[in-house]
Design a protein around this ligand. Structure first.
Ligand SMILES: [Fe+2]
Length: 363
């Protein structure tokens, strides 16, 4: 264990997780529409590994690694074969990789690969992996400097980049969908292995179907993971539809923190990103919900934004349509509120259910 005074390793963060380093998106071809999506979101290509057919897209602290290595023995290829496009690996930046893997295994994690040191021109990198929820792998990475990882070439300028006026800053949260009966198991996994704490529990009921959700997180807020399961087994519901399409557990949505969401979401809409439609009546109800909003309600309505909170604070958010298989994205700005838009969660649930009826998925 590191002995320096600034060590982040403690009872509440036993593995010494510093941040979500990057998310790996496995894909069938590197020219996937997901790459265009990342460009529309304002990301730029910052690193590349031609041998692995992998490209890193960055914006603020958010990093998405697109990979299509076509190596029959690699995890990313296996994940793509079994599930299609989606998040195949969650990589955590750690203070001390050897400590992280040793501690994770001691706390019950299933190790996939032990700490491995790779030295390259850019320095000494140490990585290790454990099994995460579903078939998603969790990686720990310890790096000596800002270089992404060995074997990757830095791209100085990306001519295709089209940055947003106000870039997204970080991953606010990362939501996992699991089958009925598994929510508790994975809540326990994040508590046991990572020392996360359970901060919220919701039951969301639409007119026809429902879901249960619990939120686990590190106390330092570096990682926040809501976990959803369908309310009933083998029923038709949003979570079940995701599980059927993805052929099992997976990352359902990724929430990105915005500094100026009133600018960002309209900018994304201009770039043809589809967001949830919100009826006008929704805005009339905001004052009745006891939320004190600084913004003009008309501006929020024009920008197609949802609001949730209480007298103390609120958050502004909206959700895209599904873009990577059944995975979608959320854009969020918090103003003294640590929720997830539970009020909107219900509104979102109702809206998706209406959509499912319209598509003939639900009767
Ligand atoms: Fe969310």
């Amino acid at each position: 264990m590191s002995n320096n005074n600034h060590s982040k390793i403690n009872d509440k963060n036993p593995l010494g997780i510093l941040a979500i380093d990057h998310l790996e998106f496995t894909c069938g071809t590197i020219e996937t529409p997901t790459k265009d999506l990342f460009y529309k979101f304002g990301f730029s290509k910052t690193y590349e590994n031609e041998e692995l057919n992998a490209q890193l897209f960055s914006q603020g602290q958010v990093r998405f690694l697109l990979i299509s290595d076509n190596n029959p023995t690699s995890h990313s290829t296996q994940y793509f074969k079994d599930h299609g496009e989606g998040v195949s690996k969650i990589s955590f930046l750690v203070e001390d990789c050897a400590h992280a893997i040793k501690t994770a295994v001691a706390r019950g994690a299933e190790m996939i690969s032990d700490a491995k040191t790779v030295e390259c021109d850019e320095g000494v990198f140490i990585t290790a992996t454990i099994k995460g929820f579903g078939d998603v792998v969790n990686e720990f990475i310890q790096r000596p400097n800002s270089h992404f990882r060995p074997g990757f070439k830095k791209i100085e300028t990306d001519p295709k980049a089209n940055p947003l006026a106000h870039r997204v800053a970080r991953i606010d949260h990362l939501t996992n969908n699991v089958p009925k009966g598994e929510m508790e198991k994975w809540v326990q996994f994040y508590k046991d292995i990572y020392g996360m704490v359970e901060t919220r529990y919701f039951d969301i009921k639409g007119a026809k179907t429902g879901l249960n959700s619990k939120v686990v997180q590190l106390e330092n807020n570096a990682v926040i993971i809501p976990i959803n399961e369908p309310e009933v087994e083998n029923g038709k519901s949003q979570i079940q539809e995701f599980l059927d399409l993805h052929k099992g557990s997976g990352v359902q949505h990724i929430a990105l923190t915005c500094g100026k969401i009133l600018s960002t979401v309209p900018e994304l809409i201009k770039r043809d990103i589809s967001f949830l439609d919100i009826p006008s009546s929704y805005y009339e109800m905001i004052p009745e919900r006891g939320i004190k909003v600084e913004e003009d309600l008309k501006d929020l309505e024009d920008a197609k934004l949802l609001v949730d909170g209480d007298a103390e604070g609120y958050l502004i958010q909206n959700f895209t349509q599904t873009y990577v298989g059944p995975l979608f994205f959320e854009f969020i700005q918090r103003k003294n509120n640590d929720g997830f838009g539970e009020g909107n969660f219900q509104a979102l649930f109702d809206a998706i259910e209406r959509d499912q009826v319209a598509r003939g998925y639900l009767d």
